[in-house]
Design a protein around this ligand. Structure first.
Ligand SMILES: [Zn+2]
Length: 163
């Protein structure tokens, strides 16, 4: 990764954090559910004219911003500040899953955790209680996700003790 690309990504992270805060506070005040695209659009609108598009990166700028949004919402971005976040979907070396009937609170105590389907599928608007917390241990960092009873991915689902 070139220095310029890295600089752009870092700048986009700063802008995306601000946009997530803005969009989330509007969402909290109005009750409107926001989508990744809303944040991506907000970041894109904030960019100065002639803002460089990373040319040597593997992804278009919108996709980079979208990944940053996911990492902010999942908390992944804050687990390891020194590396550009890279989605790590195939590699699940160590996973712990905990059920909490009343629903999980976000690590910063700002709100109840949302069902993870809303991050995975932009058109999903699940408001069910997120009763499952999934911690994926990637060695150097962890990712936290939360799921309602319906949307917990099968790969995480504990074996049915009665079956
Ligand atoms: Zn759900």
């Amino acid at each position: 990764m070139s220095d310029l690309h890295e600089q752009i990504v870092r700048d986009l992270i700063t802008r995306t954090e601000a946009a997530v805060n803005d969009v989330m506070s509007v969402a909290n005040q109005t009750g409107i559910v926001f989508e990744e695209n809303d944040v991506v659009d907000s970041v894109e609108r904030s960019l100065p004219k002639g803002y460089p598009t990373p040319k040597d990166g593997p992804e278009p700028r919108r996709q980079i911003i979208r990944n940053i949004v996911r990492d902010i919402l999942s908390g992944d971005l804050y687990e390891d500040d020194d590396e550009t976040p890279v989605p790590d979907l195939d590699d699940l070396p160590d996973v712990s899953i905990v059920y909490l009937a009343g629903g999980w609170i976000l690590p910063d105590y700002s709100d109840y955790a949302q069902c993870g389907i809303n991050n995975r599928q932009p058109d999903a608007k699940c408001t069910d209680t997120a009763v499952w917390q999934v911690v994926e241990n990637h060695g150097m960092h962890q990712t936290l996700t939360w799921w309602c009873a319906t949307h917990l991915p099968d790969k995480y689902r504990p074996a049915d003790p009665t079956g």
